[in-house]
Each structure stands twice: as C-alpha cells, then as structure tokens.
Write a protein that binds this ligand. Structure first.
Ligand SMILES: Cc1cc2nc3c(=O)[nH]c(=O)nc-3n(C[C@H](O)[C@H](O)[C@H](O)COP(=O)(O)OP(=O)(O)OC[C@H]3O[C@@H](n4cnc5c(N)ncnc54)[C@H](O)[C@@H]3O)c2cc1C
Length: 517
C-alpha cells in the first residue's frame, strides 16, 4: 500500500476518532480511520453517559434515535442516581434528573442525555461510517510513526500481519487516546498529575437480582461493605461497578467478596471482567502542529466522575473536524485551524478541574447524611453549566476575538451547575422548540447559518447571502422564532452551533473573519 495518499488520516477509532469522521463526512470530506481493534468489546464498557451536548451532535449526524434505540437503559426507565446503604439496604437520597436525563421537552436543549455504554455508541458510529462512501475504517491496523514536513505528513502504519506501510496525508487527527503515539510524535507532553490511590472496575452478571430500591442509572453504596458506584449495563442482569481505593492485587484476590459487598446480602453472580485504573488529571502542553491535531484523550484525561471524558472528546472532535472540512473544501484558510486549541483548551481544563473536584467525595468519604450528600455531589449530577454553557469567546474567529481576550479564549464556564442561555458570541446558540414541534437546531444548515429577525432587513440579508456566495462559504438563512429572547438581532451561527457573530445589521458581520479568512 506504499504510495497511498489521503487528505485526512484519523489515528484511532474510539469515540473521538469516530466522531471526527462523522463530522468530516457531514461536510462532504472523507477520511481514513486507522484503528487497531477489529471488534468493539463489551467486556470493558468505559463511559456510560452520553451528555445532552453529545446527543445534540448525534442529532446533527442523524444518529440520536439510533443511539437511543441501541441503548439498553431507556431514558424513560430512569433519570435517577440513588445513594443507599447497599443494593438491598435503605435509600439515603436520590438525585432525579441527573445528567440531563428527562422524558419532558426541555426548552434548553434539543436532546436529553442518554445512559449508554461506550461500546454501544462506538457500534452505532461504526455502522454509520460504514455507510459513508468516502470514509474508510481500516480495522486491525495501528499507527506507529508520523513524519511531518511543509507539504504533508507521512504516516507509518502496521497492519494486522505486522507489516508496515506508509500513507501520505495532508492532515492527521490524533484520536489515539492515552496510549497512542500521536502525542509523542508531535513532541507534546501531558501536564498534570495522577491520583496515587488505586481504583478497581468490575463487570459482572447477576441475572436473578433486582434491587428493591427501584430503577436508577447509578447506585452509590455509601455504607455497604463495598463502598462503590454501581449500575446496570442492560436489563438482562449485567452490571458495572467502580470501586475506588481498591488495588489491583486486592481486587483480583477478593473480587467475589467485593461484589457481594455491594449487594449487602449473598447474591449469585459471575465476574465478567475487571480493570484496575488510575485517576489522571492531564492536559497536553500543546494540541497541534501545523498538520496534526490531538483530539480526545490523546490531549487530555480526566477522572470519570461526572461522565465527561468521552463527551469532551466528542466536543474536541467536532470542533477540529468542521474546521478541517472547511479548509479542505476551500471555504476557509488553514488559519481557521489555529482557533482549535484556543477554543478547546479552556473547556478541557475546566472539565478536568471539575472531574477532579467530583473525585473529592467518593462513596467512602460520605456518610448517610442526605443533606451532606446533596451538597457534595450536586455538581457531579447537575452539570449543565459545564455541558452546555461553555463559551469560545476570545477565539480569533469569534467576534471580539483578539481585542481584549489576551489572545486566548476566556474561562469557558461561569457556573458548572447552572446553564444560563446566552447569545453572546462564543456561546452555544440558545435552543428553543418551534411551534411545529421541531428544534431551532433542525433549521440550521451544515455550514454557517444566519438567524435573522422575522421580516427584518430583507435587502441586507440578500446582500449578506450574496457575500457568502461570492466568498464560497456555505450559508443557510433562517428566521428567528417570534418569542425567541434574541429575535431582534442577527446571529451568525457556526456548524458546531456556536455563535460566531451577533449584530443589529448583517452588514456588521464579518463572515470572512468567522471562517478564518
Ligand atoms: C475504566 C474506565 C472507565 C471509564 N468510565 C468513563 C465514564 O463513566 N464516563 C466517561 O465519560 N468516560 C469514562 N472513561 C473515559 C472514556 O472512556 C474516554 O474519555 C474516552 O474513551 C475517550 O475517547 P477517545 O476516543 O479520545 O480515546 P479512546 O476511547 O481511548 O480511543 C482511542 C482509540 O485509539 C486506538 N489506538 C490506540 N493506539 C493507536 C495507534 N497507535 N494507532 C491507531 N489507533 C490507536 C485505540 O484502540 C482506541 O480505539 C473511562 C475510561 C476507563 C479506562
């Protein structure tokens, strides 16, 4: 295969890599995804929480319904996290509506969260990409080396038989996670720390068991013999548990006893998999070179508390992939790509800090005091401020960027817990439901969208559209809903649904600057 050339090579087909391929494909750009795992394993489910924001991206790709259909635990089944003595013991307190789980229409978002194991998400994305003709998922292959020069990157890949070959590419998205090679190859290093205390994860089957506590997506067994977080993976008796402060050696020697300790009584069960792991709070010192971009865990790692790792990885992938697609389609210059790290670094750092703060109160740190639990744990389960409220203000391609922001994005989120809709440039476009039952987001194009006041400035809108056409920048125009709080202003919305520009007159919107031109 030497001599092969592609525009984009995605190193790694985990959530970040698959999301990047889906986003590129949405904009008509193909890619080659190199992924060592031929099959998706269900034995080690890793992430279980798809956030409201990730589900909104799934909706943009036409996949939200497929993810929900494939998810074993339906949102209607439970929106609750339960703190208890043990799985057969007394209830201490409940958090209802955790992780943006709701069966009601919420004005603030187009999609509620969804509890779904990471392998299920990966399978939905793999199936989607298999239907996209310009995307190749090359499974069983591994990236071993990158050599970047002015004109491109030569990527060395090892195939399943151990033979190596080279692919010449314009751009690489390094989505190869914590253990990948891209970060090292571009000379980036993680900065941060690891928690010295061990953790032990198990997946087990207990088909005959049903907790009297009723449905919940997580149970925190606060005073049980095993103080842990646990929950169902499916409705057929498969469970996961995270056991903080249990070492690999102790876990391996006492797995059955530890699992029994969750139940508070003898329950027949079978261990399926176990995983010792370390909580890490790491952010790479650089995310990019000119042609290589780290996205997801290759750029940052956080503890799983709050359910952010995979969701933040999808957020990175969307941010870099729409920009790369615009560059490759000739709609933007490579300068647009410079905004990737500026925009994502603040979000990522805040996410790592929030997940680390959540780790300060794990089951063994809590007592059976409902008020104290609510104080300590609310930011972990009610975190829409972090999930939806981050802003890219201060980015060079957001109005006002560079003139007062000190050259970088400002702190991304004001309040982790509370999402306050904002139409300030940089913010995610405030969502609303339309009278016909559709989402405002369904009216947005895949390129830029001008959300215009109803009946206002038709000539100015026509002029703006003409400017977009002349500059070859894809633009959709839609009318602001009548009762939308921002209905008297023109909002230029990017493909990722963040507001690039806001003005009383479209003549004041610099579309070229928003595309990094
Ligand atoms: C035990 C455990 C529990 C977790 N629980 C949660 C949770 O509850 N909630 C949550 O949000 N997150 C959780 N996470 C974190 C979550 O799984 C990650 O944040 C997420 O998988 C990151 O996605 P990614 O695509 O960036 O990286 P990964 O999922 O690690 O994907 C990287 C991909 O790159 C591939 N790869 C590796 N090396 C190479 C190479 N040289 N060439 C090409 N490809 C390569 C790998 O095979 C893999 O498919 C957990 C993680 C672990 C380990």
């Amino acid at each position: 295969m030497t001599g092969e050339k592609v525009a984009v090579l995605v190193a790694g087909g985990g959530p970040a890599g698959l999301a990047a391929a889906a986003e590129l494909s949405l904009h008509g750009v193909g890619c080659l995804v190199i992924e060592p795992r031929a099959e998706v394993s269900h034995r080690r489910p890793r992430a279980k929480t798809s956030s409201v924001r990730t589900m909104e991206h799934m909706r943009r790709w036409g996949l939200a319904d497929a993810v929900r259909a494939a998810a074993p635990l339906k949102v209607a089944w439970s929106q609750r996290v339960t703190f208890c003595e043990s799985l057969t013991g007394a209830r201490i307190t409940d958090f209802d509506g955790a992780f943006g789980l709701t069966t009601e229409r919420d004005e603030r978002f187009a999609e509620p969260g969804q509890q779904v194991p990471q392998p299920v998400v990966e399978e939905v994305l793999r199936a989607h990409l298999a239907r996209r003709p310009a995307v190749e998922l090359r499974l069983g292959h591994t990236v071993t080396e990158l050599a970047e020069d002015d004109a491109g990157v030569t990527v060395t890949v090892r195939d399943a038989a151990g033979q190596t070959y080279q692919v010449r590419v314009d751009y690489v998205l390094g989505c190869d996670g914590y253990g990948g090679v891209t970060r090292d190859q571009i000379g980036a290093n993680y900065v941060g720390r690891s928690d010295p205390r061990p953790n032990y994860n198990v997946v087990f089957r207990a088909p005959g068991f049903d907790t009297p506590l009723g449905p919940a997506v997580q149970y925190w067994t606060v005073t049980a013999a095993t103080q842990a977080l646990t929950g169902r993976l499916d409705m057929d008796g498969t469970w996961w548990a995270i056991m903080p402060r249990i070492s690999a050696e102790y876990g391996a020697a006492h797995a059955a006893e530890l699992i029994s300790g969750l139940f508070g009584t003898a329950v027949k069960h079978e261990l399926i998999a176990s995983d010792p792991w370390t909580a890490r709070m790491l952010v790479a010192d650089k995310f990019t070179t000119r042609r290589v971009f780290l996205a997801g865990e290759s750029a940052h790692v956080n503890p799983p508390f709050g359910g952010h790792g995979y969701n933040t990885s999808v957020g990175d992938a969307v941010n870099v992939a729409w920009k790369l697609a615009f560059v490759l389609r000739g709609w933007a210059t490579p300068a647009l790509l410079d905004s990737y790290e500026t925009e994502r670094r603040g979000v990522v750092e805040q996410t790592v800090a929030s997940a680390a703060a959540n780790m300060a109160a794990l089951p063994a740190d809590l007592t059976a005091d409902p008020a104290a639990i609510r104080r300590a744990k609310s930011p972990e389960f009610f975190n829409l401020g972090l999930v939806l409220g981050y802003s890219y203000a201060g980015s060079p391609v957001i109005k006002g960027g560079g003139d007062g922001g000190g050259g970088g994005a400002r702190p991304a989120v004001a309040d982790v817990g509370t999402y306050t809709p904002s139409a300030e440039p940089g913010a995610r476009l405030p969502h609303c439901w339309l009278p016909d039952g559709s989402s405002l987001y369904d009216q947005l194009g895949t390129g830029f969208t001008l959300v215009a006041p109803a009946g206002a400035g038709e000539a100015a809108v026509a002029d703006f559209s003409e400017r977009a056409r002349a500059s070859r920048i894809p633009l959709t125009v839609t009318v602001s809903p009548r009762d939308y709080p921002w209905h008297d202003e023109f909002l230029l919305v990017r493909p990722d649904q963040h507001i690039a520009w806001r003005a009383a007159d479209p003549a004041g919107i610099d579309l070229m600057a928003a595309a990094g031109r």
